[in-house]
Design a protein around this ligand. Sequence first.
Ligand code: TYD
Length: 136
Amino acid sequence: MTSNLLSNKLLTYKVIRDNRGVLIPIEEGKQIPFSIKRVYFIKDLNQEPRGFHAHKKIRQVLVCLAGSCKVLLDDGNEKQNFEVSDNGTAVLIDKEIWHEMYDFSSNCILAVFASDLYLEGDYLRNYEEFKRYIKK
Ligand code: TYD
């Protein structure tokens, strides 16, 4: 059974395709359940997995603009794997969720919407530190 922490993490968004191409609208309060303070993009990926951290406060939504990848979410109790792709599926990476991204397709491009600016102090980069932090 999936815990509350890991349920409802797969989000969907509209992909508007016509004969000119594809348009993907992303709006605060609709696809993104928080105020957007920062957006960053990840591309030119090789097969090396990324992430391997959690955030103390920052919430993020990961949208796959091209190709696909897998995302592991771990609330310290349970782990769940998601696949995101350019067909309109995104993942909510809530605060206090350990996450890893892997299995990138060769053309994968990710857009990440975050609830705050880049703050190194918000990172929990060590799994044991993460486990201790969420028990507090
Ligand atoms: P990193 O956290 O290692 O990326 P990932 O979680 O995908 O493995 O970030 C890589 C580098 O980019 C690191 O030096 C921090 C920097 N960075 C910023 O300057 N601003 C940002 O918004 C992010 C997410 C990272």
